[in-house]
Design a protein around this ligand. Structure first.
Ligand SMILES: Cc1cc2nc3c(=O)[nH]c(=O)nc-3n(C[C@H](O)[C@H](O)[C@H](O)COP(=O)(O)OP(=O)(O)OC[C@H]3O[C@@H](n4cnc5c(N)ncnc54)[C@H](O)[C@@H]3O)c2cc1C
Length: 393
C-alpha cells in the first residue's frame, strides 16, 4: 500500500494544474499523479493541429520537463490505470494491482472518444491521446482518402490538417450544419463553406448507414445509398467522461462538482473533462470539455484542498485552429436570441456578438485574435448586469 497525501488520478491538464497550484501555494505533503498513459502530463490541443501536421515534434507537448517533477517532489506513477475507488478506505486500485491511499483525491481522468459500434475496423481512428495521434499521422499521406465522421471541432481540425498533408478528405455530418446546436445554422454553414473552399468534400445532413469492407473499411454507405470510398476513417463524434471505472458510485457519466471541485464523496474532488461542473445560469451540472475550463478547475480544486477560496469560474471559452485561421469563442451562444456581425465572413475576418434580450452572452472571433479580449469583457459585463437585475427583483 502506497503512502497518503494528495493523489491525483489522471495525468492530463487538470491534474497538472492542480499539482502545480498545490506546490506553488505551499502544500508540502506527499503528492502523486497516477496516469494511465506512459507519458508525463502533456498538452492535447496540438495533437489535431501542429503535431498531427508534423510541424512540431512530440517533445513540445510536455507541460514540464521531467526535472520539474523531481524538484517539486511530485511522484509520477505512469502506466497506472485506476479501476476502482474505495471512498471509505481512502484507496484507489489500479489495473496493475497497485493500491494508492490518499487523504485527498483529485479525479481528473478527462474524456474518452465516443465510438460507433459498427466502426471497429483496423483503419478506423479516434483522436484523444498521443498514441491516437501517432497512429493517425502514420496513416495520412498525399492522396490518401480520409473519411471523417462528425464535423465538430476535432473533425474539422483533422480535416484541415489532413488537407495540408495532401489527403483527399470527406467530412460527414448528420446535422444540417457543423456545430449548429452551439453556433446556429448560419455560422455553422460558414464553417462548411470554409472547408469546401479548401477542397474538403463536406456532406451535411448525412446519416451513416453502414461500413463495408473486410478487416479495413473500404466504403461508408450513407442512408440515401451513396457510397464514400475511403482508405482511412476518423470518428470524431465527441467524448464521454472517462469515468466508467466509477460507475458503482453513480459517476459513469461524470462526477458532479461544486465551484471548488468538491464531489459528493468525502475528500474526493474532480476537475476537467471528467467533471460535471455547475452552471450557475441553468443550475444544472454539465461537462465543459475545453482547455480553459479544465485548467481553471484543476487549480480551483487545489485551492479548495488548501482551504482557500477557489474564485469565480471564468466564462466558458475555447479556440480552434484551422487552415491557418484562429477561431475563438467565449460565453455560451446557445442562450442567444440575436446576433450582431462585424467584419467580412467571406474574407475570413469577422466577429459575432450573441445577445439575449440585448445583453451579450457570447462572442465568436474568426481571424481576429485581438477581438476576443473585448468580447470577453462584454460577456462578463453582461453577466454582471444580469446578476444585478436578478438581485434587484
Ligand atoms: C485532439 C484534441 C484537440 C483539442 N483541441 C482543443 C482546442 O483547440 N481548444 C480547446 O479549448 N480545447 C481543446 N481540446 C480539449 C482539451 O484538450 C481538454 O479539454 C483538456 O485536455 C481536458 O483536460 P483534463 O485534464 O480534464 O483531461 P486530459 O487532458 O484528457 O487528461 C486526462 C488524463 O487522464 C488519463 N486517464 C484516463 N482514465 C484514467 C484512469 N482510469 N486512470 C488513470 N488515468 C486515466 C488519460 O490517459 C489522460 O492522460 C482538445 C482535445 C483533444 C483531444
Amino acid at each position: 500500500m502506497k503512502k497518503r497525501g494528495v493523489l491525483i488520478v489522471g495525468g492530463g491538464l487538470a491534474g497538472q494544474r492542480a499539482a502545480e497550484t498545490l506546490r506553488r501555494r505551499g502544500y508540502e505533503g506527499a503528492l502523486r499523479i497516477c496516469g494511465a498513459e506512459p507519458f508525463a502530463p502533456y498538452d492535447r490541443p496540438p495533437l489535431s493541429k501542429r503535431v498531427l501536421a508534423g510541424e512540431v515534434g512530440e517533445e513540445t507537448l510536455a507541460y514540464r520537463p521531467r526535472d520539474w517533477y523531481r524538484e517539486n517532489e511530485v511522484e509520477l506513477a505512469l502506466g497506472e490505470r485506476a479501476t476502482a475507488l474505495d471512498p471509505r478506505g481512502h484507496t484507489v486500485r489500479c489495473e496493475s494491482g497497485a493500491r494508492y491511499r490518499y487523504d485527498r483525491l483529485l479525479i481528473a481522468t478527462g474524456g474518452a472518444a465516443r465510438r460507433l459500434p459498427f466502426l471497429t475496423h483496423r483503419n478506423v481512428h479516434v483522436l484523444r491521446d498521443l498514441a491516437d495521434a501517432r497512429a493517425l499521422r502514420a496513416a495520412l499521406a498525399p492522396g490518401v482518402r480520409l473519411a471523417i465522421v462528425g464535423a465538430g471541432f476535432i473533425g474539422q481540425e483533422v480535416a484541415a490538417t489532413a488537407r495540408g498533408l495532401g489527403a483527399e478528405v470527406t467530412l460527414i455530418e448528420a446535422l444540417p450544419a457543423p456545430l449548429a446546436p452551439i453556433l446556429g445554422e448560419e455560422i455553422g454553414g460558414w464553417f462548411a463553406d470554409l472547408h469546401r473552399e479548401e477542397g474538403v468534400d463536406v456532406r451535411l445532413g448525412a446519416a451513416l448507414a453502414e461500413a463495408r469492407g473486410g478487416a479495413a473499411v473500404e466504403e461508408l454507405v450513407l442512408a440515401d445509398g451513396e457510397r464514400i470510398g475511403c482508405d482511412v476513417v476518423v470518428v470524431g463524434i465527441g467524448t464521454v467522461a472517462a469515468t466508467a471505472w466509477l460507475a458503482e458510485h453513480g459517476f459513469a457519466a461524470g462526477i458532479p462538482i461544486d465551484a471548488g471541485g468538491r464531489s459528493p464523496l468525502p475528500d474526493v474532488f474532480a476537475a476537467g473533462d471528467s467533471a460535471l461542473s455547475l452552471d450557475p445560469a441553468s443550475g444544472r451540472h454539465h461537462r465543459t470539455e475545453h482547455w480553459e475550463a479544465a485548467a481553471w478547475q484543476g487549480a480551483a480544486a487545489a485551492r479548495t484542498m488548501l482551504g482557500e477560496d477557489p474564485g469565480t469560474p471564468p466564462p466558458p471559452a475555447f479556440w480552434s485552429d484551422q487552415f491557418g485561421l484562429r477561431v475563438q469563442c467565449v460565453g455560451d451562444p446557445r442562450g442567444a436570441d440575436a446576433t450582431q456581425l462585424d467584419g467580412d465572413p467571406a474574407g475570413r475576418d469577422f466577429e459575432v456578438l450573441f445577445t439575449r434580450g440585448g445583453v451579450p452572452v457570447a462572442g465568436l472571433a474568426v481571424g481576429r485574435p485581438a477581438a476576443i479580449r473585448t468580447l470577453r469583457r462584454q460577456i462578463q459585463d453582461g453577466a454582471r448586469a444580469v446578476e444585478r437585475e436578478e438581485l434587484a427583483v
